[in-house]
Ligand binder design. Structure first.
Ligand SMILES: [Zn+2]
Length: 217
């Protein structure tokens, strides 16, 4: 472990529990409590959620990417803007781009920032509003039955090692708790809303995610 990684781990309790899987950042272990919340992870309650039509049907994981303003990543400013958007308190006068977001009520279940830290915003048994008009395997309204995870990022930048590790750990924990979410039911927003959405974008390495999940088993 190099010095930068040890410093990163010291800032992030989840990453401090990393396992050794051969040079890649280890995959943190996450647990989900009886209220469908991640243990030992920051939680900010988004008002942008409601009840799932079938609470027992949690059967898809959707990976997204977001940066606010677009293309800005890795700054405290961007991180705050993302949280504020999902919490319904973004100052839409603060940036010309934000005017296009005025009145938008969206959320995700959790966000993974550039340093691999995770914030949950909606308990997994509630319906978050991340997918919009969408379809998976012939079924529409993917918000009804999916979990949405946002990566801090954009279409033009690679994602960070720590983000892959955190996502692999999260996906593994989600798969343990909601076993209907098998590997074939982990998809990108672009997969369920083609032509309308491009995230997580061309730089997202699906094979790398799957390798990390395999290494963690
Ligand atoms: Zn998206």
């Amino acid at each position: 472990m190099d010095r930068s990684r040890s410093l990163e781990a010291s800032r992030n309790p989840a990453l401090a529990r990393r396992s050794d899987n051969g040079g890649s950042p280890g995959v943190p272990v996450f647990a989900i409590d009886h209220e469908h919340r991640l243990l030992d992870t920051g939680f900010l309650a988004s008002p942008h959620c409601d009840a799932r039509p079938d609470p027992g049907d949690i059967s898809l994981l959707v990976v997204h990417a977001i940066s606010l303003p677009p293309g800005e990543v890795g700054t405290a400013h961007n991180r705050r803007n993302i949280c504020d958007l999902f919490l319904g308190r973004l100052d839409c006068g603060a940036d010309p781009y934000f005017e296009s977001l005025r009145g938008l009520r969206v959320s995700a279940h959790a966000c993974i920032f550039r340093d691999g830290s995770v914030v949950q915003l909606v308990p997994f048994d509630r319906r978050a509003w991340h997918a919009g008009e969408s379809r998976f395997a012939g079924r529409e309204r993917c918000n009804d039955f999916s979990i949405g995870i946002e990566l801090e990022g954009c279409d033009t930048l690679q994602f960070e090692d720590s983000q892959y590790a955190a996502l692999a750990g999260l996906a593994a924990a989600i798969g343990r708790r909601y076993p209907a979410i098998g590997r074939e039911r982990i998809v990108g927003h672009s997969d369920i809303a083609p032509g309308r959405k491009t995230d997580p974008g061309p730089h997202f390495d699906w094979q790398r995610l799957m390798r990390l999940m395999d290494a963690d088993r």
